[in-house]
Ligand binder design. Structure first.
Ligand code: NAP
Length: 254
């Protein structure tokens, strides 16, 4: 049985680690190629786009894929939509692995936004010194905000368009609470902007903001494509793959 994991997340890597070496299972992890030196999962990997839903469907057919786990980031909307379309076209079972979103707790000062653009529109009325943690790909939405100062954290260096007044911090999670406290303090941050990515690796910024009384603009997630079953963690995804494996008649795999 050939399983394709659409990856680019900690959970996708963890899933590959859990499935790697399962008898009768061939595993391919797919990465978009956005990060210059990604942490690679065990097993086969391929890097780069498929060429839309049609390209992905062709890839599934050509490589006789039996099941797909879409373990991409909750905000990677296009690939998830393409996966749903390609899976429907090829009748290949598809599972979405989505870590749960964050939930506000007492003391949080959250301001929700439906998109990066909406978050950008809300900023001038909310503060002046912004810690932007939404990744370098969405920076253009904030590029026109000349009156605000930004601390931008991203894995690779951002390219224009980006805000005129910004300092870039090249780093990738997991982040520590002490580190996040220090960043907010040192840069006198009064707003944190984040996607509702969920997960523990990048959550300390929320705790640090709560402690410091700093406002957090949280960008809501796009929905998972309709009809696609969702599990919250790699362990559930392993079970789903195991069920598919049990149902399959024996066939030789390369
Ligand atoms: P996206 O907007 O949904 O996808 C744009 C295009 O990138 C897709 O149409 C596809 O190209 C290609 N692509 C995306 N994920 C791919 C994968 N795993 N394997 C092969 N091709 C892929 O995605 P994105 O938001 O730019 O994210 C790109 C990658 O970074 C994803 O793998 C995601 O898991 C990871 N990531 C994203 C975020 C985020 O905030 N968006 C955060 C952390 C990690 P084709 O149409 O040519 O197939």
């Amino acid at each position: 049985m050939h399983v394709l994991i659409l990856g680019g997340t900690t959970e996708a890597r963890r899933l590959a680690e859990l499935l790697h070496g399962t008898p009768g299972l061939k595993l391919t992890s797919s990465l978009a190629g956005r990060v210059a030196s990604p942490r690679l999962p065990p097993g086969e990997t391929r890097v780069g786009g498929f060429g839309g839903a049609e390209g992905l469907a062709a890839w599934l057919r050509e490589h006789t894929v039996d099941a797909v786990v879409d373990a991409t980031h909750p905000f990677a909307e296009t690939i998830s939509f393409n996966a749903a379309q390609a899976a429907a076209d090829t009748h290949v079972p598809l599972l979405a692995l989505r870590r749960p979103g964050w939930v506000p707790v007492e003391g949080d000062r959250w301001h929700e936004a439906g998109s990066l653009e909406e978050a950008a529109r809300s900023l001038p009325a909310l503060g002046r010194r912004v810690f932007l943690t939404t990744g370098r790909m969405g920076l253009a939405a904030f590029a026109h905000l000349d009156d605000l100062w930004f601390l931008v954290r991203s894995v690779d260096a951002p390219e224009p368009p980006h805000p005129a007044r910004m300092e870039v911090l090249l780093d990738r999670g997991p982040f520590t609470l002490d580190g996040e406290r220090e960043l907010l303090r040192r840069h006198r941050i009064d707003i944190v902007v984040t996607k509702d990515s969920g997960g523990a690796a990048t959550a300390p910024k929320l705790t640090a903001a709560r402690e410091a009384g700093v406002l957090v603009v949280v960008v809501r997630r796009p929905p998972v494509p309709e009809g696609v079953p969702v599990v919250p963690d790699p362990e559930h995804a392993v079970r789903w793959v195991g069920e598919r494996l049990e149902q399959r008649p024996f066939r030789a795999i390369d």
